[in-house]
Design a protein. Sequence first.
Length: 429
Amino acid sequence: TSTVKSLMSGLRFLTVFVALLVAQGAWVDLYKFPWTGVPLALMLDVACVAEGDCFVPGSTGSSAEAVWYTKNDWKTMTNATMHGDGLMLLAIGMGNKREGVVGGIGALKLPGILRTTDGGMNWAGGLDILPVETQDVVAISGKDYGFVGDLDILTGSEGVAITNDDGYIWKGHKWSKTLRSQLPFNCSIRYAAFPTTQTIYAACGSWPSSNNNELPIHRNNKNLRIDLRTKTMEFDISSRWTLRHELDHNQKMSAKLLERQRPQFAMAQGNGYTAGLVKSTDGGNTWEVQYKSSDVFYFNDVCCMSTTNCIAVGEGFSQDGSSKPGARIWQTTDGKTWKQTMLIPGSSCLRCAATGAQEAWAAVTYQAGGITKLKANFYHTTDGGAKWTLDSSADGIDEIMGMDFVDASLGYAVGITETKLTTPLKYTK
């Protein structure tokens, strides 16, 4: 009898526990270790318009990046028709079920920004776009999109651009020399949030310059390196991850993600870490520096719950000389002053997402140990950033490369696995 009672008690506890998980929601890796059967080797960002209906810039690993889409929750993926090209497509945004933009790196007659107006089946360039170097593209509202990166890779003119017609015509806003002089040296634009087309928050950052692959550089544009002799091209997505393209002797292309090898001994301070946050209230014409620092960390993504309540995520590593290593979340609640609200040791953070006036997410990678060495930890706030809780984790997942929500109760992400391939993750509430 006592055994039966214990079993019944255990079952009730399990039922309540599962019910709580369902009620709270959770992130789930759709493929899990050892990630066999994932339909696409490399997925570098994600944009979703309905449940199971998502788009990614990605590659099979033996071809250049293109836009791929799934209509059945990643059971299968199909490559869209590309009527133009951009090297290393890195970021995507879908404003609705028919219209979106994707950005990469332009070269020669390849613009680097493509658009779709037929539900993502076909992608083509807009009007007279200079070759760009994309860090991110953001769906703002309606036909409005924002671009973050270099507006002309020939001159290295970084800043933002805005389109009001689904990516056909873009208006660029280059960061001025005056703004550059007010920020730490070499603090390159990273990501930006566009609460409106007029109000923009942008983050800048840099990290120690030693790279995991020392190319004989023939062209070097900030985080982009090209070796014409070996036909190799690298782009640093973050201080930890590099996207590499190379051609073999048969002109067959391969694409892969490489993790930077940390130095064996910690570097001294003065290492190259810089961080900055700036704001524009006139659509990118002028900017105000709101925060800057050196030698501790650098910023990655920026996300806004309103025009005045925003978060910025960043990371620093002790091996690179950071005096306060770890992932961090910074926040402004008045649109002016920023403060660090969270520091997570032994972790990194590339992406965040805002899903409402009081709700946001931060995807944090943690070195966990055990059979699987890594965890993707999804931190969540539902009170405007006053409190963050660990919602759920995904074992064996390293950096989250992109995260997008259909609504507050349904989201998707793509992350790098222990095997250096990528996998889709899904959040349901």
